[in-house]
Design a protein around this ligand. Sequence first.
Ligand SMILES: *Cc1c(COP(=O)(O)O)cnc(C)c1O
Length: 392
Amino acid sequence: MKQDTLITTAGRDPESNHGIVNPPVYHASTIVSPTLAEFREARTKRWDLDVFTYGRQGTPTHQALEVATAALIGGDRSVCMSSGLAAINAAMLAFLKSGDHVLMVDTVYGPTRSFCDNFLGRFGVETTYYDPTIGAGIKDLIRDNTKIVYTETPGSLTFELQDIQAIADESHKRDCIVMIDDTWSSGVFFKPFEHGVDVSVIAGTKYIVGHSDVMMGMITTKDEYWQQVRQSASALGANSGPDDVYLALRGMRTIGVRMRQHHENGLKIANWLEQRPEVERVLHPGLPSNPHHELWKRDFTGACGLFGVVLKPYTEVALAAMLDGLDLYGMGASWGGFESLILLTNPASTRTVAKEQWQNDGPTLRIHAGLEDVEDLIADLEKGFERLNANS
Ligand SMILES: *Cc1c(COP(=O)(O)O)cnc(C)c1O
């Protein structure tokens, strides 16, 4: 089945619900069993499909989203969590114990870094950050106690691509679990399990929900790691609510067509920015000038709407004049919704490896190209640049 067909069909079963296209929203804490034998049986099979024992372990609504997610990402099983960060924490804690070592990509999403430094450290798990472009060179950093090699491609804020297959090959030689934060592609343009990944985490909050109104996370694994991951997810208790699950599933049905438009709008804006005199460089792997372009063409079938741009040096006053007057770009955290966003970032502030290249003189912005007409989006930025120049 082709991807768009999978996205619109996976996890659906109208025949068991009066022909109604979408699954009902089951609100549940208690789920009763008619007999002692069935009560016992349900608990021995609690992570199997179609077995429901308690609200925290999920309902048929959760199962519909989880089956659809596994189909989209290309793993065997998925579990949804209350946020992307909850999915990341649960996935990592499924495998770690005191004394273990984590290899973490230096471009990782900030709160994941904070989880490693501020929580895992206190429980005796050491984290080493590595350069996102390391590829097979990861082998020199793997120790006997390295348990997880964690990747995120492209990286947060600066959008370097990682050679996931090369990293996975070396990691597997040393029995490490390869994890990926695949939120940027959300399973649409990159298939992590075809590149050696063992566990994928996604902030469903972004493109899967797609409408900036729900927090959601997903962990997807191969069968081999399912029990461990599912138990961790359950033990941590950060399960998602049924109404949010319903909205995430509704969002997912249109992710294919939305992503194509985000791809097109993002690339058009990135190309336009690259020609502007105010711009130092554009951080978008889909641009032929980008150092990661060949890897992007090899591994990805498209780009989402999120990318970066480094401006030439401007004063805070000039930058504020540009950003404050934008009509179509909101300033705020998150991304992946239908609307455009712009955010001032500071990549060098969190990096510890190859930090120098991000100590730019000018400001770095992160742009999310939404689904508005791209000509309007470019015109809004053009007026922004006029204000930037007028206030310099
Ligand atoms: C937003 C985000 C997360 C966290 O998701 P939440 O749902 O906000 O907790 C994780 N990774 C990446 C790359 C993100 O952009």
